[in-house]
Design a protein around this ligand. Structure first.
Ligand SMILES: Cc1cc2nc3c(=O)[nH]c(=O)nc-3n(C[C@H](O)[C@H](O)[C@H](O)COP(=O)(O)OP(=O)(O)OC[C@H]3O[C@@H](n4cnc5c(N)ncnc54)[C@H](O)[C@@H]3O)c2cc1C
Length: 273
């Protein structure tokens, strides 16, 4: 198994920060991989060439979803984070391109001390220190699906003033009921300002502008987290398939269906092979 990060688990690992219960699935998968003697190569980015060099009979591509920046003015400012840059910040691994020097230093320090390897330590330390950081004082989360809602709740619990700008009317999808209600209730109790059916217009260095309820609003933002623009794509699979390799795509790379969908699609391929 080739994994470009310094740890296994991908987005599931990241999700254990906001949903500690997901950690049990991650631990079970890690134990199974060890028990079955899987050859895991960390910090190894798979390319079409490196995979072909292994002469595999079959390739399963599970590279996850792709995350786009919002196509509005200011969408590419350095304080605008996608899931990928947030992961780099919280875990000290991944692509830190475009992050502020302070965030890069924090990520590097976390990586060197090993703190960013432990979800419990990240949760504990962020509960003490996140509110002290200027860049997390006023956070706007764009996107009200499960991921946006959970991140908004996580940050608000840690003292950030959070505004959630949701493009749709329903929050927390595809969380099942009653967890969805509970998450919205917790977010509100923690002071998250929620705007539904909103349209993002512009991001500046200090504000986010959007339309909600027929009004154009502007809120302060020292950090913007974009939890929309997530889509399935597997360019690696396309490259391999074009050169005749037997390749299968599973998980968010094939269809963004969250943990259950990823497990199900992997099971279907594994049992078919
Ligand atoms: C904060 C947050 C909370 C969430 N909470 C939940 C939840 O409670 N319930 C739920 O169902 N879902 C949740 N999700 C979504 C869920 O985690 C993902 O849908 C799921 O983990 C996708 O799994 P995957 O294996 O398809 O992709 P990923 O977990 O994204 O894994 C892809 C892996 O491929 C690696 N990779 C990419 N390209 C390469 C390459 N070229 N070479 C080598 N390695 C590569 C990446 O580093 C990564 O480890 C959450 C997501 C986030 C961000």
């Amino acid at each position: 198994m080739l994994e470009k990060a310094d740890r296994v688990g991908g987005t599931l690992w990241f999700s254990t920060l906001t949903t500690p219960d997901n950690g049990r699935l991650l631990t079970w998968l890690q134990n199974e991989a060890t028990r079955l003697g899987i050859d895991i190569r960390l910090t190894t980015t798979a390319t079409a060439d490196s995979v072909r060099a292994l002469s595999p009979d079959v390739v399963v591509v599970a590279t996850g979803a792709v995350r786009e920046r919002p196509a509005v003015p200011g969408g590419d400012l350095p304080h605008v984070h996608t899931g990928d840059t947030m992961r780099a910040l919280m875990t000290g691994s991944g692509d830190a391109t475009g992050q502020s020097p302070l965030l890069r230093i924090m990520g590097r320090l976390g990586g060197l001390t090993g703190i960013t390897k432990s979800p419990d330590k990240i949760r504990y330390l962020s509960s003490k220190f996140l509110k002290l950081l200027p860049m997390t004082r006023n956070v706007v989360v764009v996107g009200g699906s499960l991921v946006g809602l959970e991140l908004a709740e996580f940050l608000a619990e840690r003292g950030s003033r959070v505004t959630l700008v949701a493009e749709g009317g329903q929050l927390g999808v595809p969380m099942a009921m009653p967890r969805r209600w509970t998450a919205v209730k917790h977010a509100r109790e923690n002071g998250v300002n929620i705007y539904r059916d909103a349209t993002l217009k512009r991001i500046t260095r200090k504000t986010v502008e959007f339309i909600a309820g027929g009004e154009t609003l502007s809120v302060r933002a020292s950090m913007v987290i974009v939890a929309t623009g997530v889509s399935a794509a597997a360019p690696l699979a396309e490259d391999l398939s074009a050169s005749g390799v037997d390749v299968h795509v599973v998980g968010d790379a094939g269809s963004v269906d969250y943990i259950e969908g990823a497990v199900h699609s992997a099971w279907k391929i594994a049992t078919a092979l």
